[in-house]
Design a protein around this ligand. Structure first.
Ligand SMILES: Cc1cc2nc3c(=O)[nH]c(=O)nc-3n(C[C@H](O)[C@H](O)[C@H](O)COP(=O)(O)OP(=O)(O)OC[C@H]3O[C@@H](n4cnc5c(N)ncnc54)[C@H](O)[C@@H]3O)c2cc1C
Length: 344
């Protein structure tokens, strides 16, 4: 595939891991990663970085557990991501599907235990999936390190804003970067919450994600998600605790985000109820960002606009993509290289 070119727009964790995987898989393919100079603005810089294997949705479970297995097995990825293994608890109303738990055991042997109501940590009415091999990472550090390695391996990093995407008569995809046209055999938009603006009408939406970091005393919980209330969190930094609940604010402009005080109230009210032993002394700061949502959920390569045949998106579809990005990027790089080798 000498001389074939793939363009990836967006150097968040998702686009950067994809570009890096492509470069690792085939050095004969030219890979160009394009982002504005301030790639700090995306979801990756704001991410809480909780990583676990379990998810009620089978594909999400496969990608999250495979990502975590690869991260744990690689000294490099562990160091790059600042992985901290603290364990994780997923609280839910039922015991979880046995096939899901068997798959988790296959991918992360010895990690998972289940607890019934009364035995579950924190809430007497919940079932819990307790994972030993889980914790949190810094998605931003992982992105920065992978980006540096991509450049070391000869990947091309271009600074600028992608726009004016179109299909060329010769079957290539082109886009403009700050007034300059660039052409590729295949193009991928990994532009996170900016995807709906680039592909209006294609079913992509933005959604607000907000969490707070609070001063904490008493018993600070291990990283957890309570599926019933939506409350999630993890310890730190320092003697603080990170806590959040999902919002239902869609279609916001990722450049104009404001904290939602109602979400702060709901978070503290739920945290007090779910963790009676946790003292929340005050709010240190609020983090507000946006992510890209579409159906079906989960980070995957999707054909983009029908009018541009060799254009794809690679975006979350449901938030929470940091924990699935390592494996999803590997899968998607393989599909893209296959697509290049066997043109439609
Ligand atoms: C507050 C918050 C907390 C989260 N917590 C967790 C968690 O605990 N665990 C977990 O697994 N996931 C979590 N997530 C989700 C996860 O972090 C995101 O799904 C993931 O970071 C998305 O990465 P991305 O690369 O798709 O998007 P982004 O990081 O937003 O990157 C998109 C990039 O595209 C660039 N871009 C946009 N438009 C253009 C253009 N026209 N031209 C060039 N470049 C462009 C932007 O500059 C940006 O760098 C959280 C998300 C948020 C917002």
């Amino acid at each position: 595939m000498n001389g074939r070119r793939i363009g990836v727009a967006g150097a968040g964790i998702v686009g950067t891991l994809l570009a890096w995987r492509l470069r690792l898989a085939d050095r004969n393919v030219r890979v160009e990663l394009v982002d504005t100079v301030s790639s700090e603005r995306g979801a990756t810089g704001a991410s809480g970085g909780l990583v676990r294997g379990y998810d009620p949705e089978p594909r999400q479970l496969y990608l999250a557990a495979s990502s975590l297995a690869e991260l744990r097995a690689s000294r490099l990825l562990r160091a790059w991501s600042c992985y901290q293994e603290t364990g994780s608890v997923y609280l839910q109303a039922d015991s979880g599907h046995p096939a899901a738990l068997a798959e988790l055991e296959r991918l992360l042997p010895g990690s998972v235990q289940t607890r019934g109501p009364g035995e579950a940590p924190y809430l007497a009415t919940r079932h819990a999936v307790v994972e030993r091999h889980a914790g949190f990472i810094s998605p931003r550090r992982l992105r920065d390190e992978v980006l540096a390695d991509f450049v070391r391996m000869g990947g091309d990093l271009v600074h600028g804003q992608v726009g004016g995407i179109r299909a060329e008569p010769d079957g290539t995809v082109s886009w403009q970067v700050d007034g300059q046209q660039r052409r590729y055999d295949t193009g991928v938009l990994a532009t996170g919450p900016w995807t709906p603006a680039l592909l209006p009408g294609d079913g992509y939406r933005t959604k607000l994600i907000q969490y707070g970091v609070y001063e904490a005393s008493g018993t600070v919980p291990a990283p957890f998600v309570d599926e019933v209330t939506g409350l999630y969190g993890r310890p730190g930094p320092g003697n603080g605790v990170l806590l959040g609940v999902p919002s239902d604010t869609y279609d916001i402009d990722p450049a104009k985000l404001r904290p939602d005080p109602a979400l702060v109230r709901r978070t503290t009210e739920l945290a007090t109820r779910v963790f009676p032993g946790l003292g929340i002394a005050g709010l240190r700061h609020i983090v507000v960002a946006a992510d890209c949502y579409t159906a079906p959920q989960g980070l995957r390569l999707r054909p983009a606009a029908e009018a541009v045949p060799h254009l794809f998106t690679f975006t979350g579809g449901s938030g929470g993509a940091a924990k699935t990005a390592i494996a999803a990027a590997r899968q998607s790089a393989d599909s893209l290289l296959h697509h290049l080798a066997v043109p439609a």
